[in-house]
Design a protein around this ligand. Structure first.
Ligand code: CAA
Length: 269
């Protein structure tokens, strides 16, 4: 698969993992318009993963270049020149990036190796799991700029950590460290340093490569579809997904392998 080439993103395929690095370390990887354009282009291409049983990668790791930051937010210098309409368009384009990340058929892991502030925290929240190095920090400091979260934080932070914790973080603009973020459920796992963080993310993707990719894609789609629904409506969606799983070759292979006491070799369709 041709992943394309980008001014502000570096891509590296490592076995079953695609490592995507936001590469503007001189501005702590802030999400300038060019980064947003590049993320839109990349996520558009990634939508093809799994089509025709072609699974070139089984998971994506999103991280930031340099030792200091994952992403330090929207680009404040560029925002300084924006009027309300331009700002709205900027936010909406990042909404599209985050929705596409959620719609990808493979899991996305945010590997947070430093500051994940404002739009950086929001980008991480659009990923399926957030892993962090011990020196990472998180926050939604928009109020300190007279702003509010604009790349999905008002919605996704509440979903991830609950309304009370989200309100406290958004209303105070307070920064929290990786252990605290782990304690409130924002971060799945904390690693000693950046190298251990990337090893941990790759190891999870190696684990994903051992199970059925169609089932993982189905589970991801289902969990996004049920978010915000009541229990009864959610169970309706689950019933459809469970039924659909039984239409895949992967499920036939998986069930037969269990019965035969063999390891399943999933065809990915
Ligand atoms: N936008 C543009 N440039 C940024 C940036 C940002 N969000 N964050 C850092 N930079 C730039 C700095 O201007 C600096 O550039 P120069 O060397 O050219 O001066 C460079 O990156 C290094 O940053 P610092 O010198 O400030 O590094 P530090 O270690 O002293 O501080 C920091 C690090 C605490 C993260 C600090 O840079 C900071 O507070 N950054 C802004 C964080 C922030 O407020 N993010 C939210 C933005 S609003 C938002 O994201 C809205 C939304 O929801 C969409």
């Amino acid at each position: 698969m041709d992943w394309g080439s980008y001014a502000t993103l570096s891509l590296e395929q490592d076995g079953d993992a695609l490592i995507v690095t936001v590469n503007r370390p001189e501005a702590l990887n802030a999400l300038a318009n060019q980064v947003v354009d590049d993320l839109l282009e990349l996520t558009g291409r990634l939508e093809g993963i799994g089509r025709d049983a072609d699974w070139p990668v089984r998971g994506i790791v999103l991280t930031g270049a340099g030792a200091k930051a994952f992403v330090a937010g929207a680009d404040i210098r560029e925002m300084d020149g924006m009027d309300p309409a331009t700002a709205e368009a900027y936010g909406r384009r990042m909404h599209q990036v985050t929705l596409r990340l959620e719609e990808l058929p493979v899991p996305v892991i945010a590997a947070v190796n430093g500051f994940a502030l404002g739009g950086g925290c929001e980008l991480a929240l659009a990923c399926d799991f957030i892993y962090a190095s011990a020196d990472a920090s998180f926050g939604q400091p928009e109020v300190a700029l007279g702003l509010v979260p604009g790349f999905g934080g008002s919605v996704r932070l509440q979903q991830r950590v609950g309304a009370g914790q989200a309100r406290e973080l958004i209303f105070t603009g307070r920064r929290i460290d990786a252990r605290h973020a782990h304690g409130i459920g924002l971060v799945n796992r904390v690693f000693d340093d950046a190298a251990a963080l990337m090893d941990g993310a790759r190891a999870t993707i190696a684990e994903l490569a051992r199970v059925s990719p169609t089932a993982v894609a189905n589970a991801k789609r289902t969990m996004h579809r049920v978010q915000g629904l009541g229990v009864a409506e959610g169970l309706e969606v689950e019933a459809e997904s469970f039924r659909e799983a039984f239409t895949t070759e992967d499920s036939a292979v998986g069930r037969a392998a269990f019965v035969a006491k063999e390891r399943a070799a999933f065809p990915g369709r």
